[in-house]
Design a protein around this ligand. Sequence first.
Ligand code: NAD
Length: 248
Amino acid sequence: MFRLDGKVALVTGGSRGIGRATAEAMAAQGATVIVNYVRGEAAAREVADGIIAKGGKAEIAGFDVADTPATEKALEAIVKAQGRFDILVANAGIAIDGLLLRVKDEDLDKLFATNVKGALTCARVASRTMMRAKTGRMIFLSSVVGEMGNTGQTAYAATKAAIIGAAKSIAREYAGRNITSNVVAPGFIETDMTHGMNDAAKEYINKQIPLGRTGTAAEVAAACVYLASDEASYVTGQVLRVNGGMYV
Ligand code: NAD
């Protein structure tokens, strides 16, 4: 079940956190994984080396998803080198929190450039190869706050809601080419993104989660593997929530 043998997958922001866990999980299912990084080349190399050491296939690709020409060039190079492009995991994301009154214009631009424009640039370029192949899987990382909102996260939540609208539109636009487009919406997951929160804030959030605990990157990765697999061939335009019941 859920094998990805022979498939080529790009995981943006794959050097740590949810991206790293997804890259490792997809490689374990047989995919050749391209681990994208923007700054952490050593960390990306470590992820790829770890996959290779376990008998898997992985390569690294450094580019900033917010830099459209660089992203287009990098994805075209992946297609040229691999001869195919089956799975896109648009995971790269940043969080800049703050109450609306204090949100800076430049932070809004950064958030949308990475979380929305970056994901859509990858999808646009990947779709060319997927359309020719008449098959493909696009998986976009949103967030529980994109659906339920959160005080102090207006701007971030807006980007994560945007990605849901985009993924559903892509699902309709590309269904005729047998390309599926789905969203994974994690709840509160223990990664570098949430690491900096103080204990009181973490305890408060854990109390809002029916399963009573923080999730792991591996639990989110498993959802991505499922959506990339043949077993999910009839699932498109959906939001798969991995949130311990935080939002139902
Ligand atoms: P993380 O900060 O640990 O990892 C994010 C990755 O994205 C990093 O490797 C970072 O270098 C990369 N990245 C950031 N900007 C980039 C850019 N411009 N180009 C290429 N790569 C870039 O965060 P995470 O917790 O692993 O989050 C992964 C995704 O899941 C994000 O989209 C995030 O919004 C989403 N998410 C996380 C949580 C959580 O609780 N951790 C909850 C909901 C959604």
